[in-house]
Design a protein around this ligand. Structure first.
Ligand code: NAD
Length: 348
C-alpha cells in the first residue's frame, strides 16, 4: 500500500527535496499538487506525471476532500500560512504533515492540534532530523551512556541571508528571524538527543541597528537551557554569519560530535573516548540515506498501522512554548522557568 501525498507550495524545499524524495519512498507517493502559479504547476505536473484534475490552486484547495487519491496533505508554505492550511486540510478529512516551524505561535499550534483531533486525522511536524540516521545514532549513544553521562551540549545553526524582500524577513509570514527558522534545529535536536525537557532558559538576542535585512525579524539568538539531569545546552543561531550546522555532546568519558548535523546530507559523526591520558577517536560511518524519504515513509506507516507519529503536533507545540520562553528571557534579561506542560506528555 502506498499513501498518496498532496504537496502544498512549490518552493525550494518542495522542488529540490520533497518531490524527488517521494520518488524514492517505499510506501508514499506523490498524487497531487497545490500551487498559486499555474505555469509552475504545469511544468512540475508534467515532470512528475500528475494529472490535471489532481492539480489545485489555493482557491480550489478545499476540493481535495473529494479526491480519494490523496491521503496526506504536506504543507510546505511560509510559516505564517501553516495554521490556515492545516485546519482547512483537516476539515477536508486528510492527514497533515506540516513543515517546521509548526506555526508562528504556541496558540496557533494548539488550534492546529485541536482541529486535527476534531477531524480524526493525524498531524505530524516534519522534524527530519529525528529520522536522520546519524542524529538517531547520537541519541542512541547518549541514551546508552556509551561515553558516560552527558554533561554539556553545544549546538550551532547559522547561515547568511541576503534578500530582505523574502518572506523569511517578514514577521507575519516568518513568525520571527533566525530562531524559528534555523535555531529551531538546535532546540529540537537537543531535546531529541538528550531525551528530556528543559526546565529553565536564559537567552540573548541581537540585531545590528540599521541593517535592512532585519527591520522586522531578529538577526541572532544565543541561549542556554538547563535540563533535569543537570545537563546544560548552549545554542546559537545567526542569519548573518558564514554557515555552521553542528553540535557536540560532552560526556564524562568522551564526546560525540556531529558535523553538518542539520544539513540535507554530508553528516560526519566522530567520537572521542578518554582512556587514561589517551584519547581514542573514531569516525562512525553510517550509510547516507534520503532523510526526507524516511520521514514521509514513517508518516505513511503510521497511517497504515493507525499509530501516532514520532513527531506529532505536540512536539511542535513544545518547541513553540520554548521559543516563546527564549524571546521572553532575551527581553527581560533574566532566566525563565519552564512549567512542565501538557505538550510534553508522552513525548519521550
Ligand atoms: P520558499 O520561499 O522557497 O517556498 C515557499 C512557497 O510558498 C513558494 O512556492 C511560494 O510561492 C509559496 N507561497 C504561497 N503563498 C505565499 C505567500 N503569501 N508569500 C510567500 N510565498 C508564498 O520557501 P521554502 O524554503 O520552500 O520553505 C517552505 C517551508 O518549508 C517553511 O515553513 C520552511 O521553514 C520549511 N523548510 C523546511 C526545511 C527542512 O529541512 N525541513 C528546509 C527549508 C524550508
Amino acid at each position: 500500500q502506498r499513501i498518496g501525498y498532496a504537496v502544498v507550495g512549490l518552493g525550494h524545499l518542495s522542488l529540490e527535496e520533497i518531490l524527488p524524495a517521494l520518488n524514492s519512498c517505499k510506501n508514499s507517493k506523490l498524487t497531487a499538487l497545490v500551487s498559486g502559479s499555474p505555469e509552475k504547476m504545469k511544468k512540475v505536473a508534467t515532470q512528475y506525471g500528475i494529472k490535471s484534475e489532481n492539480c489545485y490552486s489555493y482557491e480550489t484547495y478545499d476540493q481535495i476532500k473529494n479526491n480519494k487519491e490523496v491521503d496526506v496533505i504536506y504543507i510546505v508554505l511560509p510559516n505564517g500560512l501553516h495554521k490556515e492550511y492545516t485546519i482547512r486540510g483537516a476539515k477536508a478529512g486528510k492527514h497533515i504533515l506540516c513543515e517546521k516551524p509548526m506555526a508562528n505561535t504556541s496558540q496557533e499550534c494548539r488550534e492546529m492540534i485541536d482541529a486535527c483531533a476534531k477531524a480524526g486525522v493525524k498531524l505530524m511536524v516534519a522534524y527530519r532530523i529525528q529520522y536522520q540516521p546519524h542524529n538517531r545514532k547520537v541519541r542512541e549513544l547518549i541514551k546508552n551512556k556509551e561515553f558516560g553521562a552527558p554533561k554539556f551540549l553545544e549546538a550551532s545553526n547559522c547561515q547568511s541571508s541576503a534578500n530582505p524582500d523574502h518572506w523569511r524577513h517578514k514577521i507575519k509570514l516568518a513568525g520571527g528571524g533566525a530562531l524559528p527558522d534555523i535555531g529551531l534545529y538546535c532546540l529540537n535536536t537537543t531535546r531529541f538527543v538528550l531525551g528530556e525537557e528543559p526546565t529553565e532558559i536564559f537567552a540573548y538576542k541581537y540585531t545590528t541597528p540599521g541593517n535592512p535585512l532585519f527591520t522586522e525579524i531578529e538577526e541572532m539568538v544565543s541561549w542556554q537551557m538547563r535540563f533535569p539531569s543537570g545537563v546544560i545546552a548552549s545554542c546559537s543561531t545567526n542569519y548573518n554569519v558564514h554557515e555552521s550546522r553542528h553540535y557536540r555532546v560532552l560526556c564524562e568519558k568522551g564526546w560525540v560530535n556531529l558535523d553538518k548535523a542539520f544539513a540535507y546530507k554530508g553528516q560526519n559523526l566522530t567520537t572521542a573516548r578518554a582512556e587514561g591520558k589517551l584519547e581514542l577517536n573514531q569516525n562512525v560511518g553510517i550509510a547516507e540515506t534520503d532523510q526526507f524519504a524516511i520521514e514521509m515513509d514513517h508518516f505513511s506507516d503510521c497511517i497504515i498501522k493507525n499509530i501516532k507519529p514520532y513527531t506529532p503536533g505536540e512536539e511542535g507545540l513544545q518547541d513553540h512554548i520554548l521559543m516563546e520562553a527564549i524571546y521572553q528571557s532575551a527581553k527581560e534579561g533574566k532566566p525563565v522557568k519552564i512549567n512542565s506542560s501538557s505538550a510534553t506528555a508522552g513525548i519521550h
